[in-house]
Design a protein around this ligand. Sequence first.
Ligand code: PHB
Length: 353
Amino acid sequence: MTEFFTSIQLGSQTLPNRIAMAPMTRNRAPGGMPTALMAEYYGQRATAGLIVTEGAQVSDQGIGYPATPGIHSTEQAKAWKQITDAVHAAGGHIFVQLWHCGRVSHPDFHGGDLPVAPSAIKPAGQAFTYTGLQDFVTPRALLLNEIPGIVEQYRHAARIAMQAGFDGVEIHSANGYLLDQFLRDGSNTRSDNYGGSIENRVRLLLEVTRAVCDEIGAEKVGIRISPINAFNDMHDSDPQALFNHVAEALSQLSPAYLHVVEVSMTGGSDDSVDMQQIRRHFNGAYIANGGYDRARGDAAIASGGADIVAFGIPYLANPDLPERLRRNAPLNTPDQDTFYGGDAKGYTDYPTL
Ligand code: PHB
């Protein structure tokens, strides 16, 4: 078993292994401020080739869950610095995930105003709010003249990320959040330049990626997509054509990587896609995520099906996951009750070997 432990060049950085920590929302940043406990958590996981943080909202408008961290103010940058310092001191590499929830939010987060989306289409399901689960609402469709402001939110967040000491950023265009809502025709029925054809639906993601690459350098930028994920009531009528185009168009901008959630988080999905076609349309590194274990991950890297494999829940419960994979050691059992919110329990107290 050696494939995980061959180094790889990612943008301007050399990663010591091909194991990434996937982004996971943990809701432990009250008021949007990263904490010392988060520094301990990420620092514990610094033997990953790459850590991608939990989603961090690019603006107050982008928030959709309680106690998620922000990446849009100088104060937040200072607070994130504890985390990047802890990871770097332990020899690790860390990107922050830039997140705008779009329609998957609730008026309670916005002083009673509606969340924004490509189109006024209410997703099935419920939002986690400060007072518990509440039905999603019908969002407000963004006006055409508001789109440049959305692009600027990501550009600004990328600038803040550099102040915070991150090695790069991952643009969250997956899992039914704002950019994914623009991509897929189940949530985007706009009739302007940002809806309709595949080219139009991909336009916002490309504008955001171009702005972020301009701001910090393409070698520090990755993008995450989830072509078949039905989570957050997502669907597309031709996901293969859409995501082949996404990969090819992103390639023109030369970002460091494409991070692909290859499964549906709901378990079921009507959409079907050959991920290797997407991979072949993209020039940079391909990070595969979703249901990988040691054997499948090793095989994917050995066959060239992926350059890096990202682990989510296994990483949450195993701070020393690379060492456990190396030794083929048993993994800790994740505790679902402490995934979202709380304190050190189920966060920084999982044992190492
Ligand atoms: C979640 O909080 O369940 C969540 C957040 C971000 C994702 C996916 C799931 O991309």
